[in-house]
Design a protein around this ligand. Sequence first.
Ligand SMILES: Nc1nc2c(ncn2[C@@H]2O[C@H](COP(=O)(O)OP(=O)(O)O)[C@@H](O)[C@H]2O)c(=O)[nH]1
Ligand SMILES: [Mg+2]
Length: 469
Amino acid sequence: MSTFRWKTVERRIGIIGPRWCGKTVLLTSLINHLKFHDPLRFKLGAANKYGEVSHYKEITDTPDVRKPGSLSWFDYEGYRNQFVQNGKWPAATKDISQYVCEFERSDWTFNRLRLHLFDLPGERVNDIPMITGEKDAKTAYAAWSDRTCRRLEKDLTTGEYFQPFFELARRADASVADVVHRYKVALAKSRLAYRPYITPSTFLLDRDGQRIKGTDSEILAKTRYCGLSPEEEFVPLPADSRTTHPEWVEAFVGRFAKYQEEVILPVVSSLKTCHALVIMVDVLAILGHGPGMYNDYRQLVGDLLAALDPKDTTLDLVLRNVYETLLPVNWRRSWISRIAFVAPKTDRIPFEDRARVRSLMEQLVRHEAKNCRGITMGYFPVAAVLGARENQQGRREMLGSTLYDADGTPLTPGAERKFSVPPVPDVWPEQGWKPGDFIFPDVYPRVSPLSNCPTEQVGLDELFNFLSW
Ligand SMILES: Nc1nc2c(ncn2[C@@H]2O[C@H](COP(=O)(O)OP(=O)(O)O)[C@@H](O)[C@H]2O)c(=O)[nH]1
Ligand SMILES: [Mg+2]
């Protein structure tokens, strides 16, 4: 029986992390569990008085939830059908999207909960540091350039890829087209080495939603663009090169400013209106790909927290100038007061390893997280959807319908295979590790064909309880 509800508590939750780390799957599964809530499969609220969801209502395009820049709607049904009807994972997301719902929960006596969720394509996260808080575009471009060049130049692996770019950018007789081309070749090489931190991100995911494909860095550099369009490219330039080539700077600053406004501000302003953030840290992917990915993740989390720092009022000023007049009152600034770090896809490891994944995640972000005063942090190893399960406890043997066979040939969803996984280490190996030292195979989701039966999850309910305090 439902009691009279006094008021609606709103929680806006943004989910961020690099591409392929499981953001869309996590949101789809969460919505599915709330919409068809089963208290036994998804524990809502405190341990001694679990609640139950009722009066669930999807809120579609009403004026008070509509956002400037009109974000598209999260295609929950489409993603969910992809699981249920095809046994496949949802297609990669191309644009920032939002989902809004409202429901009552029996463990809350007087309040109804309105949940506003944001999903953004992981590639755009790499551009968030372009919003520097500087007021004029020239200073902002210089600040972003310095920061990006420093990161690229001093990195052990990418430093080598970017060296030809830096050499050329500093030469007085260089042409701007060649410099941009060399930058893109280096981006392509970084991408082929599984480095996630690539900016401007349209190189990876362009404005039409086309993703980068192919393995030849020269061809990729010729076919992809860095900026709003092929005619509006820009790259970061080191300080001495900016002095040598003021005409390049002049062209880049205008394009940078337009890119900031059209591509990044909608993302950052959505995130800045959130009460809580989920930052995905794909620990198993990092173990799979090596220290290069580890370093990029760390840097990315640091830059992200700096850009979203709730105390950073300069950024608020920038946003206010652009959006205040457009925003309905309830869209104006809220404070991010909780951040959940989430290690996804942990169905692919034995249960006993989950605590170690949690600890690795904490080790990775600890220094960055420490600098965010006044924000409650939580760490959650999660399996939003179970694809694999443990076959024989203690033997590290798993069972699941893998995406590839042992030789790397793609498979269609089907019979489960046995596979074994390496132990997750207690600490990140200090001496480094190589791609391939830790392999956790990808699997298809295991789903019920019943439309109101959410897939099993692990840790998703705990995460939600943290986010909907
Ligand atoms: N085993 C398993 N795989 C997952 C899970 N979530 C995501 N994946 C895998 O990760 C891929 C990318 O997920 P997606 O949500 O599209 O990532 P996004 O780019 O961050 O939105 C999927 O196609 C799946 O292969 C999960 O909970 N368990
Ligand atoms: Mg996605």
